[in-house]
Ligand binder design. Sequence first.
Ligand code: EPU
Length: 338
Amino acid sequence: MNLTQNESLHPFNTFGLKQSAKLFGRFDDVDSLIGFIETDFLQDRSLLVLGGGSNILLTQDFDGVVLKNEITGIQVVKENVDHVWVSVGAGENWHQFVLYAIENGWAGVENLSLIPGTVGAAPMQNIGAYGVEIKEVFNSLEAVALKDGSRHMFTAHDCEFGYRESIFKTSAKGEYIITAVNFRLNKKPTFNTSYGAIADTLSEMGVEELSIKAVSDAVIKIRQSKLPDPMEIGNAGSFFKNPTIPKDQFGNLKTEFVDMPSYEVGEGNTKVLAGWLIEQCGWKGFREGDIGVHSKQALVLVNYGQGKGRDIYKLALAIQASVMQKFGISIVPEVNVV
Ligand code: EPU
């Protein structure tokens, strides 16, 4: 693998931050990745693996090795009357894969249209949107261990998926590089349009007969109406996760904040919406220099061009503190802060 020095990471992170990597390389097949790991070059050097760079906040230059995963390819592994099993290279663009599935009539990922990032990054944080999470179509993934270059297979159970969580963000953090993801998609779609805005958008669009393409178009329309396009305004989607709080705490808050939106998540807990909490603290549309809070979705922090990652991080801390002060609720980042 060829490594270059002091490479700008500007094109490789959707926040559009101008940090650099001391050493930078790309790999597009598993064998060259394994060969590189076996040289022990990574021993005693810090490593950052980038997919689409859509869930990362770079607060400083990276004083180690940054590797960009460019493994591509989409293969049908097997199929029956109901399902198709597809193996997808981790470096494939997620949305391009969704479009490919739709073209082939494979259902299950249409609600996850237009999510920035790569296929390999998707299971790391169990991406989700509009009532669907990747774990519902996930079959297994292939990964290479950084300690010795050995190859591993992880089932859904092994991945320990949770809300925007997997083992790759917790106990196995930094131990593996995901090289391929295997999905089980449906040939006979069951549509998930229960998420309020989808049904409304489909009727606005005049859709009479549901199809996976129509659902995807509706999701794209909703996302484009409230989420900034990273090609125009730097961002990493939702910056914070929606927090879960005990039902009793929610009950007390609701007497003071009667409009507070929420949904039950079982086990005596209630999920509240971080976008609402942040908006109530007056941050929506906030701008200071080139950084700010998106004017249509308070959960999204933005870089208007020359913003610095460390200032976005400071803004995130200030937002966390004000939500804590007003509601007594701790909100935690979904984005990886490096
Ligand atoms: N809301 C506000 N003000 C805001 C934003 C949201 O009051 O500025 C409240 C409103 O009540 C709104 C509700 O929050 O109806 C839900 O907003 P939205 O549908 O935009 O969803 P979200 O909970 O803010 C989550 C995901 C998004 C995903 C959407 C749609 C997280 C952290 N974020 O956002 O995922 O697209 O649902 O399913 O769970 C991402 O992870 O990067 C991401 C964009």
